[in-house]
Design a binder for this molecule. Sequence first.
Ligand code: PLP
Length: 380
Amino acid sequence: MKRIYLDYSATTPLKQEVLEAMSPYFTDVFGNANSLHAFGRDAVRALDDARDKIAYLIGAKPNEIYFTSGGTEADNWAVYGGVTANKDKGMHFMVSPIEHPAVISTANRLKENGYDLSYLGVNSDGIIDTDLLKNQLKKDTTLVACMFANNEVGTIQPIDKVVEICKNNNTLVFTDAVQAVGSIDIDVKKLGVDMLSFSAHKFYGPKGIGCLYIKNGVKVSPIISGGHQERAKRGGTSNVVLAVGMAKALELAKQNMARANGNIKRVRDVFVKTVLQGLDNAYLNGSVEFRLVNNAHFTFKGVSGEALLYNLDLKGVCASNGSACSSGTVEPSHVLKAIGLSDSDAKSSVRFTFGEEVSESDAIDAAKAVISSVNFLLGR
Ligand code: PLP
């Protein structure tokens, strides 16, 4: 049975060129980047090159790039570190209600520790309400966290407007760009954000490495201490091989972006059209206009999303019930609830995310499998 992978927002396969770029750093160039001898110098050179390349590709300075263990750590650090380091300005901070759990759970932890948390508004298309934000900001609001693109419904947020509004209030803006970097061309300087997170495994790089961009001059307290790595802000022996892989993957993503996005969107659109034509109980969630090109997120009214996923898996179609990070939980997705779906509709939803390897005929086969599985589960 042919398998069709439609879960690229959960993770992507490592590209062959990335593996080749990483290969020497698993074995020959194994030194600790902090060692003063020749082995260490070779390692630190590779680490610096990776940092330079990544900085260049997102419009940052090399000393504004901090390597982390992934998107989760970068998100934790930005929120916790940004809020706690700026408590002399105030105790209030805001997050959007559709953030990844890495942001939401950190925000809740800060709230339990006495910080004043409030949520941005979001409309039924999954776009945050910037007019409301203007009124919600307080004199003592230190930080606003609003993701660049949502991992469940794929909506792209008006971060430029968020920055404009927050600048006037001297409030920091952090954006989780884990689903955006690699498929949207991002220039942090033009965007004007203070912090931005991303993760290599979302753009055909290795798992276990991410970055936090921190604009020079922004105060952020460390969350991992115990070493002078990453300019004394994030302790731990540097993972040179993963940094090399991340830089190579981002370089390739940027080179291929226009072509890959065109193909992915075309294939995704064929899938969406076929599903909507074949099922009268299928509804596409999230904005059609402001949306990642690889995302199709449906509610299939009256059908258990989980049962549908199992049924599709039996047919070789691999999708997700929202975010890989929360699949397996019984609670309906907080994102779908925030955009106004009922608990039962939220539990009847499935995310399909596309990548470069998916062909148009795969998309049609997958759509047919969705249609027959939904009909089967409805007993028709
Ligand atoms: N933020 C978003 C929007 C994500 O989609 C994910 C992972 O799916 C993360 C953060 C966590 O990234 P990582 O898997 O690198 O920890």
